[in-house]
Design a protein around this ligand. Structure first.
Ligand code: MG
Length: 140
């Protein structure tokens, strides 16, 4: 845990600062939240994603940058509301994506250019990441 006076730098830190300053939900352990809150967060994210789609082709570039940042900000906020350490989840997604690279360093591609999952691919285990964060699935 960072001291309160330390300046925030990562998206997770910045968004936590925002949620605490404005009295928004913030949890430290992964948990389901009320359907109303979950739906509200989903709507916020859908709005921002729609704003990205609006400017993705026509720009201008500063609008695109702004809306992309809004998506990330709201996504981190939604993770925080659910008590998810999103940085750890992103690291797991990245780990899995990097296993698409063969041991020879070569990328297997389909004729249309899509990166294929080779023999060394290991899918992300997001549930395991959440369990390490204290997610109680009720399984014994
Ligand atoms: Mg926006």
């Amino acid at each position: 845990m960072r001291p309160a006076h330390a300046s925030a730098t990562s998206p997770a830190d910045l968004v936590r600062e925002f949620h605490l300053a404005f009295g928004l939900d913030a949890r430290s352990t992964p948990a389901e939240v009320s359907p109303e809150l979950a739906a509200h967060r989903g709507e916020l994210l859908a709005e921002e994603a729609a704003e990205v789609a609006e400017v993705a082709v026509t720009g201008p570039l500063d609008r695109l940058a702004h809306e992309l940042a809004d998506v990330v900000y709201v996504a981190y906020g939604t993770a925080l509301v659910h008590g998810i350490d999103l940085d750890a989840v992103i690291a797991e997604i990245h780990r899995a994506n990097m296993t698409k690279l063969g041991p020879d360093g070569l990328v297997a591609r389909r004729a249309d250019g899509k990166v294929l999952k080779g023999d060394h691919y290991r899918a992300p285990d997001v549930a395991a990441v959440l369990r390490r964060q204290g997610w109680d699935t009720g399984e014994r």
